[in-house]
Write a protein that binds this ligand. Structure first.
Ligand code: SF4
Length: 181
C-alpha cells in the first residue's frame, strides 16, 4: 500500500493543523503520539483527557501514570503511546463514530510507519477500532491481528482507577504483551 506520510514528523504536522472533525475547536492542542521510533510495542488509548490536553502529551494524568509506572516496573520502557483520536473530546465524552473515522488515517499511518510487532489496545474505543469487538471482556481473552501486528486488548488504566480489582488482570495482560515480543 502506498504511504501517504513518509515519517512521523509528516503525520504530526498534519495532525497539528487538522480540522477534519470538530474536536479541535474544543481542545487546547492536539496530543501527538510519543515514544521510541523503533518501538516493537504500540499502546493505543481512546483520546486525550484534561491533563493530556493541557500538556500535549499522551497518558500523563492519573491513569497515564498508572500505565507508565506499570510499564516501567515490568521493564517495558521502549514503547510508543498514542490514541485513536488526537484532540480531547469535550468533558471527556467518548469520541463519536464520525470523529473516530475522520481521525483513523493518523493512527493507521502511525502503524504503517512504526510497524509495531504488538499493539496493546486500551479500553473499548481502541478495542473496537482494532478488533471489531465491542466487548472488552470478550476481546481481552483473545488475540487479534491488525495491519500485520498482533493486537492484545486490555482495560483502560482509568477503569483500573475506578475498579482496582481489575489491576491484576491489567498487569497480567501487559506481561503477556512483553512475553510476545
Ligand atoms: S480529532 Fe483527529 S480528525 Fe478530529 S480534528 Fe483532531 S486530528 Fe483532526
Amino acid at each position: 500500500m502506498k504511504l501517504k506520510y513518509n515519517n512521523l514528523e509528516n503525520i504530526n504536522e498534519e495532525i497539528k493543523n487538522c480540522k477534519k472533525c470538530e474536536l479541535w475547536k474544543y481542545a487546547k492542542q492536539a496530543v501527538l503520539g510519543e515514544g521510541e521510533k523503533n518501538a516493537k510495542i504500540m499502546i493505543v488509548g481512546e483520546a486525550p483527557g484534561a491533563e493530556e490536553d493541557k500538556t500535549g502529551k499522551p497518558f500523563v494524568g492519573r491513569a497515564g501514570r498508572l500505565l507508565r509506572n506499570t510499564l516501567s516496573s515490568l521493564g517495558l520502557e521502549e514503547t510508543y503511546i498514542t490514541n485513536v483520536v488526537k484532540h480531547r473530546p469535550p468533558n471527556n465524552r467518548k469520541p463519536k463514530k464520525a470523529e473516530i473515522k475522520a481521525c483513523s488515517e493518523f493512527l493507521i499511518a502511525e502503524i504503517q510507519i512504526l510497524k509495531p510487532k504488538i499493539i496493546l489496545a486500551l479500553g473499548s474505543t481502541a478495542c473496537e477500532f482494532l478488533t471489531g469487538e465491542r466487548k472488552i471482556k470478550v476481546a481481552i481473552e483473545k488475540d487479534y491481528e491488525f495491519m500485520g501486528a498482533k493486537v492484545l486488548v486490555n482495560y483502560h488504566p482509568a477503569a483500573i482507577l475506578r475498579n482496582p480489582n481489575l489491576l491484576n488482570k491489567f498487569v497480567e495482560k501487559i506481561k503477556q504483551a512483553k512475553a510476545s515480543l
